[in-house]
Design a protein around this ligand. Structure first.
Ligand code: DCP
Ligand code: MG
Length: 478
């Protein structure tokens, strides 16, 4: 089998150009397809499939094909702002003695846990977010280690949001220090967006005393890529899909948003290492990764028409995660194990925002699409062990029918941790005990399903990895 190369000049509906996105249809209703065909050695068409992607605007579509049509104006102008070494920068701002030093925020050496973030000085030693604290200490024994002070960072985040909101019709907060801004109306054109970006950077420095990196682009993905391009204190713009593609085409597949370590390894195993290789082998990528593969292929062609959706996690009423199984599940012991992973994901999100839940929920959708939720009040908590224990207890109370979807979450969020000391807490550090319990839970999963979380736990928080891990467990359950 060999793949045919093709161009899109003179394309008409139905034509097939392997690996090239084709676009056709009436001006406003343009639909993009990644058209794939695989030819036999003799040139006969062995397989012809069309993978529709979401509608894109005509200009972007035409630009994406590399035809001569040039966009007169950007349909969407998106800014992505990301603070530099956020937690560490706040601490250095407030304590000049820390400036210029390798500062590591997270667990302390000797504790179990990970690095939340670190100063750029510490990054020179190879320390990074999510790294085991033991490893960080080995690399940087002279670093300064501090626990995070989330309440403080949340307050700073509120101030940042005020600045961002002044220049955007929509602000989508994706972390305490990071947001997408839709500035299409306010900016008018690229020059206007540049001015807004400059103002945001100046105000952030003058009013809050911190630096940020800003990207301006035609899409969310490109804006995020742009803000990372010149970190720290950076500014970069990616006005068109061609600019995006030419920037990333020879980079590792991991440059693409949603390609984490596990996904990357799957692609590498098929010889796909760069964005160029994704573009040349979309059928392989889609076969390997299904829906996610389609999304990744679109991004490799610069296609991303997602809108900025106003969102502020601090205003959220609950935090939850759920998974739908490929086949209905009747084994409730397995469901109990899946709840461990869901609880970890909920814990992760809660901790990043410094939020505690005062109740735990369990959601199930049965094979017949009937959904139920069960909930229980708890002392304010953000711990996976507690979320797991309570949701597993709720699972015991439900009717045992085949399950299509399971979810776990916390609700009644607050910024204060509930203190309810138990007798064990007097003898044992509650945190150390939770760590130990969590380790036991994870060890149990690793043994039962032949999983290996070592160093990969962080990956689990990505939706695709969570789904894939759960499916893997389902196939290996005894
Ligand atoms: N964070 C965390 N755990 C992680 C990643 C991040 O607690 N695994 C926290 C600490 C960071 C903040 O979220 O300060 C923002 O995350 P970023 O990924 O934006 O990292 P930084 O802002 O620290 O650094 P950069 O300059 O690379 O953006
Ligand atoms: Mg940041």
């Amino acid at each position: 089998m060999r793949r045919a190369a093709g161009t899109v000049e003179g394309a008409s509906a139905g034509d097939v150009f392997a690996g090239q996105p084709c676009f056709f249809g009436p001006a406003r209703e343009t639909v993009a397809f990644v058209l794939l065909s695989v030819y036999n050695e003799d040139g006969g068409n062995a397989m012809k499939r069309r993978f529709p992607v979401r509608p894109v605007r005509q200009e972007a579509a035409l630009r994406g094909t590399g035809t001569e049509v040039k966009a007169k104006r950007m349909e969407q102008i998106i800014i992505h702002v990301d603070m530099d070494a956020f937690f560490a920068s706040v601490e250095m701002r407030d304590n000049p003695a820390l400036r210029g030093k390798p500062l590591i925020i997270g667990s302390l050496p000797g504790e179990r846990g990970v690095v939340a973030t670190c100063s750029y000085e510490a990054r020179r030693y190879g320390v990074h977010s999510a790294m085991n604290i033991k490893e960080a200490f080995r690399l940087c024994p002279n670093g300064i280690y501090m626990h995070p002070n989330i309440d403080k960072y949340r307050a700073v985040s509120g101030q940042l949001r005020e600045i961002w909101s002044a220049y955007a019709s929509a602000v989508e907060t994706i972390a305490l220090d990071e947001a997408y801004l839709d500035v299409t109306a306010q900016a008018g054109d690229l020059e206007g967006a540049r001015r807004i970006a400059r103002t945001i950077k100046q105000r952030t420095r003058a009013e809050i005393g911190l630096t940020c990196s800003v990207g301006v682009a035609y899409s969310k993905t490109a804006a995020k890529t742009a803000s990372e391009e010149k970190k720290p204190d950076g500014y970069f713009e990616i006005p068109t899909p061609e600019d995006f593609v030419s920037l990333i085409i020879d980079r590792d597949v991991r440059v693409i948003y949603t390609v984490g370590q596990m996904t990357a390894e799957k692609l590498y195993a098929s010889g796909i290492r760069t964005v160029r290789a994704i573009r040349e082998n979309p059928e392989t990528v889609i076969r390997l990764l299904g829906k996610q593969g389609q999304w990744i292929t679109n991004l490799a062609f610069g296609i991303d028409d997602r809108k900025v959706t106003p969102y502020c996690p601090q205003d959220a009423k609950s935090i939850s995660r759920e998974v739908t199984f490929q086949e209905d599940v009747t084994h409730y012991g397995f469901l109990r194990d899946v709840l461990v992973l869901l609880a970890l994901c909920v814990e992760h999100r809660a901790r990043r925002y410094g939020l505690y839940g005062n109740g735990v929920t369990l959601k199930l959708t049965y094979f017949n699409m009937k959904s139920i939720t069960r909930s229980r009040l708890i002392p304010a908590c953000d711990s996976a062990v507690m979320i797991w224990r309570e949701s597993a207890r709720l699972l015991e109370t439900v009717e045992k029918r085949p399950v299509r979807l399971i979810g776990a979450g916390i609700y009644n969020l607050s910024g204060e941790e509930g203190r309810q000391l138990t007798i064990e807490d007097f003898f044992d550090d509650a945190r150390a005990r939770r760590d130990r319990e969590l380790k036991e839970l994870l060890d149990g999963l690793q043994n039962r399903y032949r999983l290996d979380f070592a160093g990969h736990l962080e990956q689990l928080y990505q939706a695709d990895t969570l789904h894939r891990t759960v499916e893997y467990m389902r196939k290996h359950m005894k």
